[in-house]
Design a protein. Sequence first.
Length: 309
Amino acid sequence: MTGTGWTAADIPDLTGRTFVVTGANSGLGLVTARQLARHGARVVLAVRDEGRGRQAAADITAAHPEASLEVRRLNLADLDSVSAFATALQADGVRPDVLINNAGVMAPPRTVSPQGHELQFATNHLGHFALTGLLWDSLRRGTDPRVVTVTSDLHRGSRIHTDDLNGARSYSGWKYYRQSKFANVVFALELDRRLRAAASPVRSLLAHPGFAATNLQSSGPTGLLRLLTTLGRRLVAQDAGTGAEPQLYAATAPDVHSGQFFGPGGRREMRGHPTVVRPDPAAEDPDTARWLWQRSEELTGVSIPITTP
């Protein structure tokens, strides 16, 4: 139904399935968690701020009293937090069927993570890479298992700065945001290659929201960049509900294929209902993918053990 007006109302019954949504207390993540719960899923809200996460869960429950929700702390920028989250989830017997790698930060002043990695690369890519690996044993045994990686149309025209991965020599918040979103695409496509080679039942999918009005544009950028993104959000952006449709489609539609990328179907992929879109050709380069995968394993200490069933 992509390109023909698919909306969240078309999500099938999700009763009996468990979804982990990172960054689920606001923006696209909150919309995603709400719609999944509304359609019967058990949803784990993986959030950095537990207070805001509990408020988000309360808001969802107020509208949908039957919602099955739990809030757990996850700071994707801190690999120790990622490990603790995954360990606790498994210890408590929570077995996710779908992981939605949604959380992100955009264009902050240069900051490094507790492990010394540039904050956007650490949060948007490394944290999700590690989380995927640490939850892999549960995911591969799930019902209709999927990993949905949320990127941005701004990945186009970017690259991995292999000679200055952390921006220590020359940092621009915008440039390194685009690098992290490019890494999301490279990762998801390489995950798909490896899944197909192993004949795995897990599907790796990509989504981007176009230009959606969320707090991401105002919470990270500073100065003139914040002013411009805030103005653009008011004048051009679509609402977060429509912006979340591509990732909801990727996470729930029965007819998707591993490796597909979904974004808005309108002009320049900025607005509209979900449809299949193409990544930047540079993100499909297998040499770039092998480099990023190996470097991600080295930086996180986590591997994703994809094996033939």
